[in-house]
Design a binder for this molecule. Structure first.
Ligand SMILES: [Zn+2]
Length: 286
């Protein structure tokens, strides 16, 4: 009998807790921090540069370690998207092409802002498809910053003064990065680099460098393509092979040995865009 009583009380307490949790979660207006959703981590860096760390919560669709070319959002991602005030896309990522129309279908009122809208897109070597990695150079980041700041002012007009001030500080920082990168490029012993996944077309363009890609048409190269790349690399002054950090390095080990390139791991999806871009540029120009 006593056992029963204890069990009953425990159950009642449990039920009470559950109700409290349910009630708390359902109280309207509890959402005090606005939510901004972006596709990739460097965009989170940009939004936080403009808004500060705590004014908005920035959700990132493509998690660290996944590729934005082919990521499929989980049901949980889609749920959290419905609580979002605005979505910032980069513009032409494979993931965005596949999913943004569906986001719009499911959340008719969700505003979508394209950060890369005003960047003139570079086509790849075959001249048919634009390089989607718009964020990998300070000059493009400047354009993305002004689009993003204008949109943030529209959605959070009470923050206008602070966003404007932060934008001009960010512009100065990006200009300084650009000047520094230009100086490094001029003094660099080599103007050619090899990269597994060709994510640095815009950086190469802005600093007069040549990017040689191991991947051909987004696929692993054939044996003959790889042989041609070995020849091209040996004829060039390339000294470094960049490889995205989550890729299997064995793929390129023999290539690096044959061409005597230094292998450097990079992360173009780093949450600390500024530090990683500076490190990449130093590796390219040392
Ligand atoms: Zn990519």
């Amino acid at each position: 009998m006593k056992m029963h009583k204890t069990l009953e009380i425990t159950l009642l307490v449990l039920l009470g807790c559950m109700l409290a949790v349910l009630f708390w979660a359902c109280v309207p207006g509890r959402k005090t921090v606005p939510v901004v959703t972006v596709s990739i981590l460097p965009q989170k860096w940009l939004v936080e540069e403009l808004m500060g760390q705590n004014r908005v919560r920035v959700q990132v669709m493509v998690p660290a370690g996944s590729g934005p070319e082919s990521y499929d959002p989980t049901p949980r991602d889609l749920m959290s998207l419905s609580r979002s005030d605005v979505y910032f896309s980069v513009g032409d990522l494979g993931f965005e092409r596949a999913w943004i129309p569906r986001f719009r279908e499911q959340n008719g009122t969700l505003p979508v802002v394209e950060m890369g809208e005003y960047i003139s897109k570079m086509s790849d070597d075959d001249g048919n498809e634009a390089d989607p990695h718009l964020w990998t150079t300070p000059l493009n980041m400047k354009s993305m910053a002004s689009v993003t700041a204008a949109a943030l002012v529209r959605f959070f007009p009470e923050d206008k003064d602070s966003i404007t001030a932060r934008l001009s500080a960010l512009d100065e920082k990006l200009d300084a990065m650009h000047r520094n990168f230009s100086r490094l490029a001029v003094m660099a012993p080599s103007k050619t680099f090899v990269i597994y996944h060709p994510a640095l077309s815009y950086l190469a363009r802005d600093y007069g460098m040549t990017q040689l890609s191991v991947e051909q048409d987004h696929k692993e190269p054939s044996v003959s393509q790889l042989q041609a790349l070995v020849e091209a690399t040996k004829k060039s002054d390339a000294k470094v092979l960049l490889i995205q950090q989550e890729l299997d390095v064995r793929l390129v080990e023999s290539f690096a040995q044959e061409t005597q390139l230094r292998v450097v791991r990079i992360n173009v999806l780093s949450p600390d865009w500024e530090t990683e871009m500076k490190r990449i540029m130093l590796e390219l120009t040392r």
